[in-house]
Design a protein around this ligand. Structure first.
Ligand SMILES: Nc1ncnc2c1ncn2[C@@H]1O[C@H](COP(=O)(O)OP(=O)(O)OP(=O)(O)O)[C@@H](O)[C@H]1O
Length: 976
């Protein structure tokens, strides 16, 4: 390999493109001072990788670009190419010729590098020439300064030259890299070690915490599964019991109400009976007194009559003729009395008969009246039951809101466990009577909106619905609701308009605190009496408002109409109104029912009285029948007695003046007596029946009161049980909500319906105990552990890798050290030997040697020079400049002979030598010329004489170097 050509363009004084051809052997470059000879050396050094501007004799790298002269402008870039012949493939590059180019731009200070015109990095160039003997720090470029400094250098500063000769630069560079790597690896290892130790401290406790947290979560999961099923089952059981209790309460309540009514009626009846008995007693008493008087009268009158009858009987029994007249007269008197009595009794018989018939007629009237009343009572009872069941249905609809959305119902059910739920709009508003349809229309779907105290309450409720998949609902936070209004001028138009009743909000009752809701929902809705007026009004108001009618038709904003028939069934306000109406009707029917019951009772009493009277009449009638028969017999006998006596004695029959007053009075008194007896008897019988009836009533009342106590007791017990059940259900629902954030419906979908309640309840308790025994738990530990342990594992792996890398690097460094020591020692010894030889040749005798300054550390040792020219003492600092140069050149040649280099550039290295030594130097050069290509910058003729090729550097144009091939003579002229 040798340098074939150097091409320069714009480099320092080489303004124009210059091509310098070289041949193997020694090439001399001559010329006057400052004409640019050393710039060629700089150019070669630059291409071979020099990075220091100072080494290139400049301040900045851009100083290498031609900076202009008197006649020439500065260049914008410098470019130098070295062309090597590489036929022997000395350079490790697959080409017979290798071109290395470096280029630098002034404008951005950017450099470009090429190998065989292919762009590359500076590092690729230094790698290519490493250990070839080329390169900026090698033996290939030796300047006058290098030579001058060599002897004065510190031993350590001389070492690189020897290292280069020993070919350890590659290893040194690699070692440097390995050491740097080792340092980085060690640093990393230490850092990783620190972290691993730190992590180790954390991993243990975190693992324990994580395991505890996992156990806790497993228990919690188990607990949730079991407890949700238990809670669902318990709630279902309690709900079933609650339903039974409700039914029992309803039944007891109804039974008690019926019983209460019956007791009241029976008590009234009993009281009435007492009153009647009291009056009967008074009547009987009075009648009894009168009876006494009448009986005394009868007795008196009968006594008088008996006297008369006795004298008549005496006269009648006489058989004297003279008394015959008196006898006939007596018998006639007896006959007349008998007839009168008979007629009297017959008349009474007829009277009693008539009375009996009248009573019978009254009885059947009474029976009819009773029948009518019973029928009416039955009807009323049926009505009341019907209305009560309608009411139950209606209450159920109103309370359970079965026609409302799922979300609304879910919220109402969970109301107690949520905060700030005030109820639905339909709960909080009541339509005034007659405005139910209008209000329902005005509100539309908003009736189902749920009013909350605050916006946060609404948000919590929405979160609850979302979590439980429990439907959707609209919420109206009181604090957020803005009023809607009708403009004042529009309100004035309304006031004047036909059929306008005013703002809908005026026809609603509500609690003052929900005013914002009412003003928001109804503040701009107008009520009109009918659709025609509503339509006219809408036109007047430019169709800006919603106008509803009493019938529930609507003129919408914009003027469209909605209307037709509307079911009241789902109208919340109509439902409320219907309930009120139903309750009133039930009360009215109940009142009528009780009144009819009392009337029936009266009729029954009257019936009883009539029947008692009728019985008595019947008895009197029967008695009278006997009396009439008796009287008839008596009359027949009297008639027969009279006719027997009067027969054949018609002359003796006188027309006696008859005085019937006594008999009439007696008959009258007797009639009265019988009437009184009959009446007393009737009243007594009646009283007796009243006594029996009252007794029966009291017995019934006793039973009913005892029933009532039973009902009350059952009611109280059931109500207490109901409250207890409700509270328990509420508590369980709250537990579901608070602990598991679940609605009952959602929990039901997750629950196991076939659990054994007792066993599961025990399991819940046990799990709770287990959880409690875990103490404080950090659930974050699971994620923390995962993170820390993953990091720990990764870093542990890292540590192993780093450790392996460290070991590998240490081994590599050790190997390199061995190689370097070996090579360095061998090369050093060879150079040392050669040094003495060259020295003796150049000095013509004497002695020279090289020594390690630190033989124990071959890798770092400096190199000492021991030189003793013939006849002189060996003190380096006391040699002349020329001697120093010769010593240095001896060493240089020794090195070159041990380690031949392909190219060596010597820049005025022999300047300090005398002519004889220059001669020796030049000759010596020739001894190497077959192995090493020399380029020698020189002023010395002796050197020039031994050059194979000579170039002369000139500056024909000022400041611009031009190189021409010259003959020795021309060169000598140029030098001189
Ligand atoms: N960037 C540059 N642009 C133009 N000319 C430059 C630039 N850098 C250096 N020079 C010129 O190059 C010359 C120096 O060249 P160089 O040091 O190679 O000369 P020389 O021939 O080696 O001299 P000597 O024999 O004294 O060592 C100077 O004239 C300097 O002005």
């Amino acid at each position: 390999m040798y340098l074939k050509r150097v091409e320069l363009h714009g480099f320092k004084s080489f303004a124009d493109k210059s091509v310098i051809e070289f041949t193997p052997g020694v090439t001399g470059i001559v010329g006057p001072n400052g004409c640019g000879k050393s710039n060629i050396t700089d150019a070669i050094r630059w291409v071979l990788g020099e990075k220091s501007a100072k080494a290139l004799r400049g301040d900045n790298m851009s100083d290498v670009i031609f900076s202009g002269s008197e006649d020439r402008k500065a260049q914008n870039l410098a470019e130098v190419t070295l062309v090597f012949d590489n036929e022997d493939h000395y350079l490790d590059y697959d080409a017979n010729e290798v071109e290395i180019t470096r280029r630098l731009y002034r404008i951005n200070n950017e450099a470009e590098y090429y190998i065989n015109r292919q762009p590359c990095r500076l590092k690729d160039i230094t790698t290519l020439i490493m250990d070839t003997g080329l390169g900026k720090d090698t033996l290939s470029i030796i300047s006058q300064n290098n030579i001058n400094d060599f002897v004065a250098q510190k031993p350590e500063e001389r070492r690189p030259l020897f290292e280069e000769a020993a070919g350890v630069a590659k290893y040194k560079a690699r070692k440097r890299e390995s050491v740097a790597k080792l340092e980085r690896t060690t640093n990393n290892l230490e850092r990783v070690d620190d972290i691993v130790v730190e992590l180790e401290k954390q991993v243990g406790p975190l693992k324990r915490q994580k395991e505890k947290a996992e156990t806790y979560l497993a228990y919690q999961k188990q607990l949730e599964e079991v407890e949700v099923s238990v809670l669902v089952k318990v709630i279902e059981n309690l709900s079933t019991q609650l339903k039974t209790l409700d039914d029992q309460i309803k039944t007891s309540d109804q039974e008690k109400t019926v019983n209460d009514g019956n007791i009241l009626i029976k008590e009234n009846q009993s009281e009435e009976l007492s009153k009647k008995m009291f009056h009967l007693d008074q009547d009987v008493n009075n009648l009894q007194n009168e009876l006494f008087t009448v009986m005394k009268n009868v007795s008196d009158l009968e006594a008088q009559k008996a006297t008369i009858d006795a004298s008549r009987k005496q006269a009648a029994s006489s058989n004297n003729q003279e008394d015959l007249k008196a006898k006939i007269a007596s018998l006639k008197g007896i006959l007349k009395d008998a007839l009168r009595e008979y007629n009297d009794r017959v008349e009474r018989y007829q009277e009693v008969k008539a009375e009996k018939e009248q009573l019978s007629a009254q009885q059947s009237q009474n029976a009819q009246a009773q029948e009518v009343l019973r029928h009416e009572i039955e009807n009323l009872n049926f009505e009341i039951h019907k209305k009560r069941s309608e009411k139950t249905q209606l209450v159920d609809q109103i309370e359970n809101k079965s026609n409302y959305g799922y979300g609304v119902r879910s919220i109402l059910k969970a109301k107690d466990s949520l905060s700030g739920i005030l109820g639905t709009v339909s709960d909080l508003l009541t339509a005034q009577k007659g405005y139910e349809m209008a209000l329902a229309t005005a509100l539309g779907g908003s009736v189902q909106n749920i009013v909350t105290a605050s916006e946060d309450d609404a948000k919590r409720a929405i979160a609850f619905l979302r979590k439980n998949h429990a439907g959707r609902a609209t919420f109206m936070p009181l604090e957020k609701m803005q009023p809607r209004k009708v403009r004042e001028d529009h309100a004035l138009i309304c006031e004047q308009a036909a059929g306008c009743l005013g703002l809908m909000s005026r026809f609603v009752s509500y609690d003052e605190k929900i005013t914002p809701i009412v003003e928001n929902l109804l503040g701009n809705i107008i009520l009109a009496d009918n659709l025609d007026h509503a339509s006219q009004l809408s036109s007047l108001l430019y169709a800006r408002y919603r106008i509803v009618t009493l019938e529930g038709d609507v003129v919408n904003v914009g003027g469209s109409l909605t209307g037709g028939s509307m079911s009241k069934k789902n109208n919340a306000f109509a439902q409320k109104e219907a309930l009120e109406r139903l309750e009133k009707a039930i009360k009215k029917d109940e009142k009528a029912y009780n009144e009819k019951r009392i009337a029936l009772n009266h009729a029954e009493n009257e019936g009883r009285e009539l029947s008692s009277l009728f019985m008595q009449k019947q008895m009197s009638f029967a008695k009278l029948e006997v009396v009439v028969t008796n009287k008839k017999n008596e009359l027949t006998m009297a008639k027969s007695d009279y006719e027997a006596a009067a027969k054949d004695h018609e002359d003796l029959v006188d027309d006696v003046v008859e005085d019937h007053s006594l008999l009439d009075e007696l008959n009258a008194q007797k009639k009265r007596r019988d009437e009184l007896s009959e009446e007393i008897q009737a009243k007594r019988t009646l009283r007796m029946s009243y006594v029996n009836e009252k007794e029966a009533l009291e017995n019934e009342l006793k039973t009913m009161r005892s029933d009532n106590r039973r009902y009350e007791k059952a009611l109280t017990e059931n109500k207490i049980a109901k409250t207890k059940h409700e509270t328990e259900i509420q508590n369980y629902l709250m537990r579901l909500n608070d602990t598991y954030m679940m609605t009952f419906e959602h929990a039901k979908t997750l629950a196991d319906p076939d659990i054994d309640l007792d066993a599961s309840t025990r399991q819940v308790k046990e799990l709770r105990n287990r959880i409690a025994s875990l103490g404080s738990v950090n659930t974050e530990a699971i994620a923390q552990y995962e993170e820390v342990s993953a990091r720990y594992e990764e870093l542990t792996k890292n540590r192993q890798e780093l450790k392996a890398a460290q070991d590998k690097l240490l081994t590599a460094i050790e190997d390199m050290d061995h190689i370097m020591v070996d090579r360095f020692t061998k090369t050093f010894e060879a150079i040392n030997k050669e040094f003495n030889n060259v020295f003796r040749t150049l000095f013509g005798g004497g002695h020279a040697a090289l020594h390690y300054t630190n033989p124990d550390d071959i890798l770092e040792t400096g190199i000492d020079i021991e030189a003793q020219p013939p006849g002189k003492a060996a003190k380096l600092h006391s040699f002349s400049g020329g001697e120093n140069a010769l010593i240095a050149l001896s060493c240089l040649f020794a090195i070159i002979s041990v380690r031949p280099v392909p190219l060596c550039i010597l820049d005025e290295v022999e300047a300090a030598l005398d002519m004889a030594n220059v001669e020796r130097f030049a000759k010596y050069l020739q001894t190497f010329a077959d192995r090493t290509q020399f380029i020698v910058v020189t002023h010395r003729e002796g050197t020039m004489a031994h050059c194979d090729l000579l170039y002369g550097a000139t500056m024909q144009q000022k400041g611009v170097t031009k190189l021409v091939s010259v003959q020795l003579k021309e060169a000598q002229q140029m030098a001189s």
